[in-house]
Design a protein around this ligand. Structure first.
Ligand code: NAD
Length: 278
């Protein structure tokens, strides 16, 4: 927690100085955010950097990653990117080792992920393998590569799960499989490294308005996109989709020292989806 001082003045006369505590500061910390070139990951990268962290975006979309870094250059944020396909273990290890040579890695946000629509019958083996390699193996690759650098040094791993990790969502066979694995990998890592100073938690958003959702609607419901957007918004009892920055603020809390008593826990952030849809 940072302590700042607020000077209360009347004209030029100093009336009093108030001590202000600013929680959730990441100053001096280095964070890796996978899939940080878009949507939720982009918001996490921005919020972390604005709260003092040195942030590396790991994403395979160079154009978008560059755009994010350029967008925040004027604000002097410590934001950079590395082109990285999280499904490729050697590439991930090499990039993470390179970063670790220069900075102690304190935080990893495993956020990169892709969607898939289909039930078990119309999900092909190729679909299943693709979702597995990014959503599951991507988390495995990145967590495995950072853990050796984090052991004994208070590392934090945050995995982006989903409401689909815990409840049945129609036509999301492969996606639900992958997000269920993200949830259980979270428990497993948290348990195995609880005595190594590593905290591992997951976040489970319901629908959040990002290019992920727009792309999904455009691809699967090209003729009634507005209607589908409305329908998906209303599946959250709060009547809307989440905003990326709302997820980013939960991630900021979990990455901060204020959350030091939390590990092995999943945090739904879902507009009431899981508990209030009865
Ligand atoms: P998005 O499509 O806006 O962004 C995903 C980012 O991940 C992109 O920048 C993309 O380039 C990157 N990426 C994809 N595959 C990659 C790979 N192999 N290697 C490196 N980078 C890769 O998506 P989003 O909506 O911001 O979703 C982010 C995460 O949140 C995903 O894991 C998703 O499953 C999860 N999630 C999203 C929602 C939602 O409604 N948007 C809900 C629940 C969970």
């Amino acid at each position: 927690m940072n302590i700042n001082f607020l000077k209360v003045k009347s004209g030029r006369k100093l009336l009093k100085t108030i001590k202000i505590m600013t929680p959730f500061q990441l100053s001096g910390k280095t964070a890796l955010v996978t899939g940080g070139a878009s949507g939720i990951g982009r918001a996490i990268a921005e919020v972390f950097a604005k709260n003092g962290a040195r942030v590396y975006i790991l994403d395979f979309n160079e154009t978008q990653a560059k755009e994010v870094v350029e967008a925040f250059k004027v604000e002097n944020l410590e934001l950079q990117y590395k082109i990285c396909d999280v499904s490729k273990s050697e590439e991930v290890q090499q990039i993470i080792n390179e970063i670790a040579e220069n900075h102690e890695i304190n935080i990893l946000v495993n956020n990169a992920g892709v969607a898939h629509v289909g039930n078990i019958e119309n999900t092909t083996e190729a679909d299943l393998d693709r979702i597995y390699s990014i959503n599951i193996k991507g988390v495995y690759n990145c967590a495995k590569a950072v853990i050796k650098h984090m052991k004994g040094k208070n590392g934090i791993i945050i995995n982006m799960a989903s409401i689909a990790s815990s409840v049945g969502i129609s036509d999301r066979f492969a996606y639900s499989m992958s997000k269920g694995a993200v949830l259980t990998m979270t428990y497993s890592i948290a348990k195995d490294y609880v005595n190594e100073g590593i905290r591992c938690n997951s976040i489970s958003p319901a629908r959040v308005h990002t290019p992920f959702v727009d792309g999904f609607i455009a691809k699967n419901y090209p003729d009634d996109q507005d209607e589908m957007f409305e329908k998906l918004s209303k599946t959250q009892p709060l009547g809307r989709m989440g905003k990326p920055v709302e997820i980013a603020h939960l991630a900021l809390y979990l990455a901060s020292d204020e959350a030091s008593f939390i590990t092995g826990t999943d945090f739904p952030i879902d507009g009431g989806f899981i508990k209030l849809n009865g």
